[in-house]
Design a protein around this ligand. Structure first.
Ligand SMILES: O=C(O)CCC(=O)C(=O)O
Ligand SMILES: [Fe+2]
Length: 321
């Protein structure tokens, strides 16, 4: 008889093992927030298949691709949601004009930061209802949303393994929410994370290339990297000490569009940069072409407490394992 025993036993191996996200949608559908908190605490993440409806995602995707097109980097002849690039055209952008944490030029990223649809998406009621249940109070959405527009421009490298806390600080109960704008299989460079790594607390960093510019030093021993092929609408969220990184983008001709957004309990303090745009534009410049006033300066209504920035968290230090 053929044996179907696993070739790698996660608890025994000293090597890294790769496994797939557990879909927590059934717990969310039942409103079982104790179960969700328990799973988040055990696994270091929560994944929800199809949490966001297609229309909401497509509005932002279409607007972001229109920016890519305006700069001449989009392959002509596609339907408006097609993400094929003209990589030769993109590679004409000088290295110093690129935002290597994003994937396009500074100017293009500023245009994306001005999009109302991009800023509206993180306020989708399905996401807010989840965090309200998780925190047991209203969630503060950090307005500093990040749009990743990952391309194969020569300056780009996959996001290195890191924790978000030293980059964001403020509340230690801040959660990152990561979701692609459209299908994003692992081969397109989706996010992967180290199971239960949030239990290690803050991990000393070293400086490196790639988004964030920092990498955590991992000790030897068994590791379980959790990953998955994202379909449009799937959402991954994790606490700010969970180690995560991007998989390599193998489809060089495609742009990988995704958002990363942070949420925290509204009564916790926030570090003031989390209330600023993720680029040098002012909120007034970002808001200039918006149709609605509803989301302008929305965080002021909850008068968030501020907490200080700790620069030592971004100083490289050797990890003693
Ligand atoms: O999308 C990426 O490559 C990086 C995302 C990330 O680090 C995050 O969501 O915190
Ligand atoms: Fe991150």
């Amino acid at each position: 008889m053929r044996s179907f025993a696993p070739t790698q036993a996660p608890t025994l191996s000293r090597r890294a093992v790769r496994t797939r996200f557990i879909d927590s949608s059934p717990l969310l559908e039942e409103g079982d927030f104790d179960g969700l908190r328990r799973r988040g605490e055990d696994e270091g993440y929560l994944f929800f298949a199809g949490l966001l409806p297609a229309e909401a995602i497509r509005r932002a995707r279409r607007d972001m691709l229109a920016v890519v097109e305006a700069y001449g980097w989009r392959m002509p002849g596609q339907e408006p949601l097609g993400g094929l690039l003209d990589l030769d055209a993109l590679n004409q952008v000088p290295d110093e004009e690129m935002r290597s944490d994003i994937g396009v030029s500074r100017a293009a990223y500023h245009d994306v930061q001005k999009l109302e649809s991009f800023h509206a998406l993180p306020h989708h009621p399905n996401i807010l209802a989840f965090y309200r249940g998780l925190f047991g109070e209203e969630a503060l959405v950090h307005p500093r949303h990040i749009a990743r527009m990952i391309t194969a421009h020569r300056v780009m490298v996959p996001t290195p393994q890191h924790q978000d806390f030293p980059l964001i600080q403020g509340s230690s109960n801040t959660w990152t929410c990561w979701f692609p704008l459209g299908d994003c299989p692992r081969s397109m460079g989706s996010l992967t994370l180290l199971r239960a790594s949030h239990k290690q607390g803050y991990i000393p960093i070293r400086r490196t290339r790639g988004a964030g510019g920092i990498a955590v030093q991992l000790c030897r021993g068994a590791k379980v990297w959790v990953e998955g092929d994202f379909a449009e609408g799937d959402v991954l969220t994790f606490p700010c000490f969970t180690v995560h990184r991007a998989l390599p983008q193998r489809h060089k001709e495609q742009i990988r569009l995704s958002l990363d957004v942070r949420y925290q309990p509204v009564s916790d303090a926030v570090e003031q940069k989390s209330l600023l745009p993720h680029c040098p534009l002012s909120w007034e410049e970002i808001y200039a072409g918006w149709e609605s006033d509803n989301l302008k300066y929305y965080w002021n209504a909850s008068a968030p407490k501020l907490s200080p920035w700790d620069a030592t968290l971004l100083q490289p230090a050797r990890r003693i394992c």
